[in-house]
Write a protein that binds this ligand. Sequence first.
Ligand code: F6R
Length: 373
Amino acid sequence: GLNGHRHYMHKEIFEQPQAVVDTLEGRIANQEVLVDSFGASAAQVFERISQVQIIACGTSYHAGLVAKYWFEDILRLPCQVEVASEYRYRNPVIANNTLVVTISQSGETADTLAALKQIQALKDSRTELFIPTLTICNVPESSLIRASDLTFLTHAGPEIGVASTKAFTTQLVALALLLVAIGKTQKCLTAHREGLIVKGLIKLPGLISDCLAHEADIKLLAQSFADKHHAIFLGRGTMYPIAMEGALKLKEISYIHAEAYPAGELKHGPLALIDETMPVIAIAPHDELIEKLKSNLQEVSARGGQMIVFEDERSGVSSESNFNVIKATTNVGRITAPITFNIALQLLSYHVALIKGTDVDQPRNLAKSVTVE
Ligand code: F6R
């Protein structure tokens, strides 16, 4: 049941601290990631790979995009990410020693499954190739799980709302664990760095709860939105895919047209859209790009754009501007920041949809599991 929540989406947003705890359970011990969480042969596989190809759709694709920033930055491991419906039809080149990672809440998404089967067929016909496959999925015994060499189950629990929330969060946790598992097997991640990442993951449920405590402020902010027809989401680095995810959530449950841009791309076109009627949502963690992001925000505000900024304790946007700022979180790290900021965007979409009176759990035209092409 709904357990006192008005919608499954709301319930599932608030289940996220527990979903993270459950996904970490049995996968870490003594500040270490247990590599065989990905399967008994995971260490042997991870040792040999020299790049990663992630394939997914929708929200799961956005999780993959965040992971690309992590893998390349922290491990210096090449990582490509592609939506399954493009990957499978474009005759892609796949290098030997590539780990193929499919990400899916349902494990039944037709395009993702077809892409995986295509790779399996290639492996069957060219047995000299080493192209191991891994599925990160929320449903045991699903088609994707059955078709993969290695598997990792996110323990988000059943996700009923069509808009994916807690599954996405646990996919990111799984990808962070994968990063550490590969890094330690390949000896390109020190025990110290591993310990820091694991500590961050252990703190994550608390960080998410702190963000959920801002619901009243975010709800208030949603009121300035409900009469809008468009919105722009901005981010840099990992916050760019989080902006994409925020825009997707807003589109699918509130039917407001939303676009995400990397903040540095603004002046290459989208700045022309900005006027007083355009809400611009920026995700502004205190990282090495914050000063550049702030100058992007000034450009928007100078054109009359209605700025809404999600920042952390140290970003300093609220003290330097008169923008509408929500301190969504205390200072968070490289891995925990995108996961935490996304929670605030989930709440924003939810409350906008609530005001608009749309069917939050069953948006028009959408299905929970896309088993047709
Ligand atoms: C958006 C959403 C979809 C799914 C996509 C892939 O909120 O839920 O974009 O992420 O249809 O589904 P799975 O993850 O089941 O493969």
